[in-house]
Design a protein around this ligand. Structure first.
Ligand SMILES: Cc1cc2nc3c(=O)[nH]c(=O)nc-3n(C[C@H](O)[C@H](O)[C@H](O)COP(=O)(O)OP(=O)(O)OC[C@H]3O[C@@H](n4cnc5c(N)ncnc54)[C@H](O)[C@@H]3O)c2cc1C
Length: 345
């Protein structure tokens, strides 16, 4: 175990973690950023970001992240390529067990570990993610004006993606493995009633065609009258195979917040694993139920999940952590003074 106790450790090097690092480093908190398995986070999966304030021509996702890291390092933030595997948050200092076997001690922690979008497992998705394949219609929908696109999923996320895409695309086809939607009635009705949204029932996506130069050019769908055709296709059973010409594919099958290491701690998580803050209105504070632990970005925000909102809550978490550190330092100084006075020193 390292003998030093850090003032502040930031878990995650996506936009939220970087924004927290810039604020905390400028406040002389010497933050240590644990980069996790995906240094730079989700934005490194995308090509152009057109909706981040200050870049009228757009900016590459990787460039935005590199600039953020440079900015944080310039003010003194340190980065370590490591992940938290387990955390003991029952007392002070907080103890973090890392994937390399090291244990870190810190007074304050910002959890900015993001929420990974679920992927379907279709052939071609590794190469084409960010090149016509996306998990975020709000982010990438505007690149598909006049296109034919697919949305995969049957829940509220998929309906939201489809309705948003219908503003730009010529046609939106929702690909769903069953013949009924999991989405809420109101969202399902809105999507069903939209003139540009169609449904491919009992159908699954098994492959995406295209290249990083040309983007998505087509997709392979399989269907079966009993539903769940993907399993049958993989088992070599008879299914209908269809090639479709599309220029965009959007996954709308939800996100998994990266909070496994918090499962056995007093941090409150909702049913899906998103971190909960102490205020019912999550935007009022980034403080969690554990003193000294704050949370920011997609891991605490299931609704917006945008780079700019992640940066916003990242800065909030750093300011909240700074205030908490100052208050606890002042309180322990006062208590030491009191003890010394009582002892007649
Ligand atoms: C393909 C794609 C395109 C997108 N395009 C846009 C766009 O154009 N505009 C926009 O506003 N948003 C876009 N988004 C959404 C945006 O990327 C996210 O909202 C944003 O990245 C969230 O930032 P974050 O820091 O909260 O989390 P993330 O970016 O998910 O970063 C999480 C970080 O936590 C680390 N981590 C995870 N577990 C641990 C652990 N146990 N210990 C330590 N570290 C850990 C990871 O390695 C990673 O560094 C896009 C997302 C995707 C997937």
């Amino acid at each position: 175990m390292s003998s030093d106790t850090h003032e502040l450790v930031i878990a995650g090097s996506g936009v939220a973690g970087l924004s927290a690092a810039v604020y905390a480093a400028r406040a002389d908190l010497d933050p240590l950023v644990l980069e996790g398995d995906e240094p730079g986070g989700q934005l490194t999966l995308t090509t152009d970001v057109e909706n981040y304030l200050g870049f009228p021509e757009g900016v590459g996702g990787i460039e935005l992240i590199q600039r953020g890291k440079e900015q944080a390092e310039q003010f003194g933030a340190e980065f370590q390529h490591d992940s938290i595997e387990a955390a003991d948050l029952d007392g002070q200092p907080l103890e973090l067990s890392l994937s390399t076997g090291e244990t870190l001690r810190t007074r304050a922690l910002i959890v900015a570990t993001g929420a990974s979008a679920r992927w379907v497992g279709a052939e071609g998705e590794d190469e084409l993610m960010g090149y016509g394949l996306s998990t975020c219609a709000t982010c990438d929908g505007a690149f598909h004006r006049g296109d034919d696109v697919l949305v995969v999923g049957g829940g509220d996320s998929a309906m939201e993606e489809a309705l948003f895409l219908a503003k730009f695309a010529d046609s939106v086809t929702v690909v769903h493995r069953r013949d009924e939607l999991r989405a809420s009635e109101i969202m399902a009705d809105r999507a069903r009633d939209h003139k540009d949204i169609e449904f491919a029932w009992k159908t699954e996506l098994v492959a995406i065609q295209g290249s990083q130069e040309d983007g998505v050019t087509g997709a392979t769908l399989v269907s079966h009258p009993d539903g769940y055709p993907g399993e049958k296709y993989e088992a070599g059973e008879d299914v209908t195979v269809e090639e479709v010409d599309v220029s965009g594919v959007f996954y709308g099958i939800g996100h998994d917040p990266d909070t496994d290491f918090l499962q056995d701690t007093p941090i409150e998580l909702d049913d899906d694993g998103y971190t909960q803050t102490t205020d019912a209105d999550a935007w009022a504070t980034t403080a969690t139920a554990v003193n000294g632990v704050f949370t920011a970005g997609d891991v605490m925000d299931r609704d917006y999940q945008q780079a700019v909102t992640a940066a916003g809550t990242g800065s909030m978490a750093a300011l909240d952590a700074e205030e908490w550190l100052e208050a606890t330092t002042a309180a322990s100084r006062d208590s030491a003074r009191q003890i010394s006075m009582e002892a007649g020193d």
